[in-house]
Design a binder for this molecule. Structure first.
Ligand code: AP5
Length: 219
């Protein structure tokens, strides 16, 4: 399965993407996670990305397409993949189209999670993450600093502060919503799924939408 999971910051892409990728036995390729890993490793890429991320701005397209190209070349992506947080600009979508066409591959589905802004802000302001990338929420762990999954230390992501969140939402409207239109107008189409409600309920809606899109592509 080759899938793109889109949606604004805090929509639940990581939460649902992890689950879908694990069930399908494919890697979740999150450009945000790749950039944060580069920051932790203090590489040149990580240092360059940091100033964009902390300001809530997008990292330049050529940098992103470079790391995505490398990820697609890895053997674990040969049986399929789920993109989370990519593409975020029309130029990235066009770059992905070219990368896939060089490999003779096409996408199976593009799905976007729809969540109202006030809920996005509530989800992001309460989000806590640990060093190994597990994500939880103060609704689940309260003020505890201990990751329920690995026992690591929970922190607030550095770009989850209120001013940065509002900029990230603005950037999403300006630069990423046109990507939804790009896919909606293309052969594969865009499936929009209601991302509001309990995560199990969202999971059921997503699974049904993906199965339907794939069945339509085959039929
Ligand atoms: P990135 O890491 O991709 O962040 P994002 O897209 O802003 O998305 P988030 O990680 O904030 O949210 P999510 O949708 O994954 O939600 P989650 O599952 O965590 O990007 C960060 C930065 O990197 C960008 O700003 C940019 O600078 C740079 N970048 C990355 N990719 C780039 C690209 N392609 N081009 C250029 N720059 C790029 O859920 C959020 C919270 O809600 C969690 O606490 C979770 O527990 C909770 N939650 C999840 N589902 C539910 C539910 N159903 N009900 C209640 N709570 C829920």
């Amino acid at each position: 399965m080759r899938l793109i999971l889109m949606g604004p910051p805090g929509a639940g892409k990581g939460t649902q993407g992890d689950r879908i990728a694990a069930a399908a036995g494919i890697p979740r390729l999150s450009t945000g996670d790749m950039l944060r890993a580069a920051r932790r490793a203090d590489t040149r890429l990580g240092r360059e990305a940091q100033r964009y991320m902390d300001a809530g701005e997008l990292v330049p397209d050529d940098v992103i397409l470079g790391i995505v190209g490398e990820a697609l070349d890895r053997p674990e992506a040969s049986g399929g993949f789920l993109f989370d947080g990519f593409p975020r600009t029309v130029a990235q979508a066009e770059g992905l189209r070219d990368l896939l066409s060089e490999k003779g591959l096409s996408l199976d589905a593009v799905v976007s999670l729809d969540v109202p802004d006030e809920e996005l802000v509530a989800r992001i302001s309460g989000r806590r993450v640990c060093e190994t990338g597990h994500v939880t929420h103060t609704r689940e762990v309260g003020e505890s600093k201990v990751c329920p999954q690995c026992g690591g230390t929970l922190v607030h992501r550095s770009d989850d502060l209120p001013d940065t969140v509002s900029r990230r939402l603005g950037v999403y409207r300006e630069q990423t919503e046109p990507v939804l239109e790009y896919y909606a107008a293309g052969d594969i189409g865009l499936t929009v799924v209601d991302g509001l409600g309990h995560r199990d309920e969202v999971a059921r809606r997503l699974d049904a939408a993906i199965a339907k899109t794939r069945a339509e592509a085959v039929g």
